[in-house]
Design a binder for this molecule. Structure first.
Ligand SMILES: [Zn+2]
Length: 218
């Protein structure tokens, strides 16, 4: 009989042992296994689960994220706890001290997102926690003109690929307002709300058409 607990058990086996499973590369592919006792006998897993606070609403969590599914390394947690554990489960050593990223950030007074962002870009852990953060001056662009656009106000940051881009509300000479990323403003990529391109296109059509019509027939 397929109880919810059995299907939980089956899913764990799938992600550890079935290379076709979509989660396999994060489990079996990383060497995560199920202990022999559980693997050979669902009943063994079931009795461990029932004795350790199993509830269908709880997630099964591996205490050491790189460890196996085994009685020593598993516990039932709420989904929130499970996510927190996943995020903080990597440990980093610096100056002879080892702790997780959240603890490092708290100790050094660093912004967790900033450090994560740096590491995702490929910075080493040490560089990520030691290089000073240059605070971008978000006000500096306000009032500046870029083509037909005048920057009115800062409108928040967004992540584009691996880049953090500040967006600004700009007023166009034609009266429209648009939101533009600072990269596009500074590079000269965006110079209007779109009205400039529309005008150019109309102009091109006006120029092109009479010429074609005006060509003498051969
Ligand atoms: Zn415009």
């Amino acid at each position: 009989m397929r109880t919810p607990l059995y299907s939980r058990y089956h899913k764990i086996k799938e992600r550890c042992y079935n290379p076709k499973n979509k989660s396999y590369k994060r489990y079996g592919g990383r060497g995560i296994k199920m202990c022999d006792e559980w693997l050979n006998d669902f009943k063994a897993f079931e009795s461990w689960a029932l004795a350790n606070g199993y509830d269908p609403d709880l997630a099964i969590d591996r205490i050491d994220n790189d460890g196996d599914y085994s009685p020593e390394n598993c516990r039932f947690v709420t989904l929130l706890e499970n996510n927190q554990n996943r995020r903080t489960s990597r440990f980093y050593t610096y100056n002879g001290k080892t702790q997780n990223l959240m603890q490092w950030c708290t100790e050094l007074g660093l912004n967790y997102r900033t450090v994560m962002f740096r590491m995702k870009r490929g910075w080493s852990f040490e560089r990520s926690i030691t290089e000073p953060v240059i605070k971008r001056n978000r006000e500096e662009l306000i009032g500046q003109r870029f083509g037909r656009l005048v920057v009115i106000k800062y409108a928040g940051d967004e992540f584009i690929g691996s880049d953090n881009n500040s967006r600004y509300i700009c007023q166009c000479d034609c009266g429209e307002t648009v939101m533009v990323g600072q990269g596009k403003l500074k590079s000269g990529h965006t110079k209007s709300c779109g009205c400039l391109q529309r005008e150019k296109a109309t102009e091109r059509m006006r120029k092109d058409n009479p010429m074609k019509k005006g060509k003498p027939p051969r």
